[in-house]
Design a protein around this ligand. Sequence first.
Ligand SMILES: [Fe+2]
Ligand SMILES: [Fe+2]
Length: 226
Amino acid sequence: MNQVVLDLITDHHELHMRWLDTLSYIENLGARRISFLKDPLCVSLDILKHAAEESRHAYYFKKKRTDLGGPSKGKIVLLGGSVSKNYLRHLDLKILKILKTYFPNQTKEDRDTMSYALTTYASEKRVGELYSDYQEIIEKKNLKLNLRTILAEEKQHLNEMEKKIIELNFGHVLKEKALQIEDKLFKRFLKSIYQDSLNWVTKMLKDRGQDHPLNKNEILLGHIVN
Ligand SMILES: [Fe+2]
Ligand SMILES: [Fe+2]
């Protein structure tokens, strides 16, 4: 389903700029989340590396957005609105809630470390799939972007989180639960991005006095949630 949504977005300059803004926002949020995880007096090299790489991903998407003609500063309008804005925050909150149920006697610090591992594991797994699909479309349409370096780094992050989860001795159940939670949130995210994009295209065609031929796409939208 990613391909259908990404195909529509990359067909329209305005939507593609907002998509790049949205990716930059989520990457930046991820970087900040990692930065605030540990007391700066106790931060490890691994954590600094991870935060630096997510920050660079945020920079890359923002830079590409400005290369497409968008401003480099000012408030952005996310594709997918509040659902996109809250995707990562909701993932964090829901995983923390589960950890509180499973480990009610853990310290906050231990729970934050476990939450970091599970949330990052689920989101890195997703991002690997999403960016691979995006890279395919980029190549198919000859767009001036290249996600290969980012994809390699995200894969490395996923491997590190898998090792960390083994070290923390979570067991398989919580790993699966994290994936289920993320899957639900991602479907909402994708649906909202798609709906926002369809609304934009419909309005654009209406402004031009054309009928909107979107029924087929609107049917496809239903498959994202079903
Ligand atoms: Fe990233
Ligand atoms: Fe990552």
